[in-house]
Design a protein around this ligand. Structure first.
Ligand SMILES: Nc1nc2c(ncn2[C@@H]2O[C@H](COP(=O)(O)OP(=O)(O)OP(=O)(O)O)[C@@H](O)[C@H]2O)c(=O)[nH]1
Length: 301
């Protein structure tokens, strides 16, 4: 399993600075990082800040969350087949919504090979103070990136007074009380702050997670042991809480030879027949995915 971290945060908040700093520390630990960079526009500008010996893939056209799920799958495939690495750092564009970005990365094809460790959001503290100057839409995105983070890097504290730092930290914590907040200048985050993040559940961890931890956004891989009835499955989907944002994968349906490709987003279900027998697995993305009971499972999973 390779660990993946998603670096999120608004335009200019310090994501590339964080990326360089993490790469430096990973290498010092003897680990091999790889990078996927998603830039809006076509110039691979930031990739110059990554050392030449680090495998890097760039997604230059479009935001991963809008157009890029397939491109992301292709890049992940190329990295997994063609490069040796231990840890993958994915820098998203400042315009990416964290749920959508996580969705693009979590393909059922790679679910058993990649371990999503978490979303690290770089919050520009200076911009936070001036957030009333943003348009409502932009401000909403800025907030969402903080709300869904597993770790918040409160960056650019060198531009703030002590009182301002205390106030911003308190306000950010009010928006997301699950995630630790680390105050930084130039996104100098110690590596040890990210290594124990967890945002993926395998079936063995479900019971333990339900008792021990309360995470926000996370993913879960479920393997079906037997076919399910389509109507009953759709009824189960309809009754899921609103905090289940996305599901995708292959569902074995009673009366059909091969599992169907299943997609769920924004309350809509889509089915497509498959002509080859894919693994009967789905990826579920949402808040507290560990606590939902899955149809057709003996126990919780
Ligand atoms: N004063 C100050 N400047 C910072 C800090 N962190 C980053 N910067 C500067 O802010 C600018 C943007 O930093 P990047 O690391 O490129 O930010 P980014 O989030 O990758 O930017 P985009 O890729 O455009 O979204 C650069 O000029 C950095 O030198 C900080 O803590 N304090």
């Amino acid at each position: 399993m390779k660990d993946i971290y998603l670096l999120s945060g608004f335009l200019g908040s310090g994501k590339t600075s964080l990326l360089s700093h993490l790469i430096e520390q990973l290498k010092a630990e003897g680990l091999k990082p790889a990078v996927i960079m998603n830039e809006l526009g076509k110039l691979p500008f930031d990739s110059k800040s990554v050392d030449e010996d680090v495998p890097i893939k760039e997604m230059l056209e479009g935001c991963i969350c809008c157009t890029g799920a397939e491109k992301m799958e292709a890049q992940l495939q190329m990295l997994l087949e063609g490069e040796e690495f231990d840890v993958l750092l994915i820098e998203t564009t400042g315009a990416a919504h964290p749920v959508e970005a996580m969705d693009a990365v979590l393909s059922p094809y790679f679910a058993s090979r990649l371990n999503m460790k978490g979303i690290i959001t770089v919050a520009d503290c200076k911009r936070w103070i001036d957030r009333d100057k943003m348009t409502p839409q932009t401000r909403m995105l800025f907030m969402e990136q903080i709300k869904h983070a597993h770790l918040i890097v409160a960056n650019k504290v060198d531009l703030l007074s002590d009182n301002e730092i205390a106030l911003v930290t308190l306000q950010i914590q009010g928006l997301n009380n699950h995630a630790p907040i680390i105050q930084t200048s130039n996104a100098k985050l110690p590596l040890k702050m990210i290594t124990n993040l967890e945002a993926t559940y395998s079936s063995q961890e479900i019971q333990q997670a339900a008792i021990g931890k309360q995470l926000s956004l996370s993913s879960r891989l479920h393997t079906f042991t037997e076919p399910v009835n389509k109507d009953e499955f759709e009824k189960w989907v309809k009754e899921l809480p609103d905090t289940i944002y996305r599901m995708k994968g292959y569902v074995p349906l009673k009366g059909h030879k091969n599992p169907f490709l299943f997609q769920y987003a924004y309350g809509m279900v889509q089915w497509l027949p498959e002509y080859i027998k894919m693994n009967p697995q789905i990826v579920i993305i949402g808040d507290q995915v560990e606590s939902i009971a899955i149809i057709g499972s003996a126990q919780n999973d």
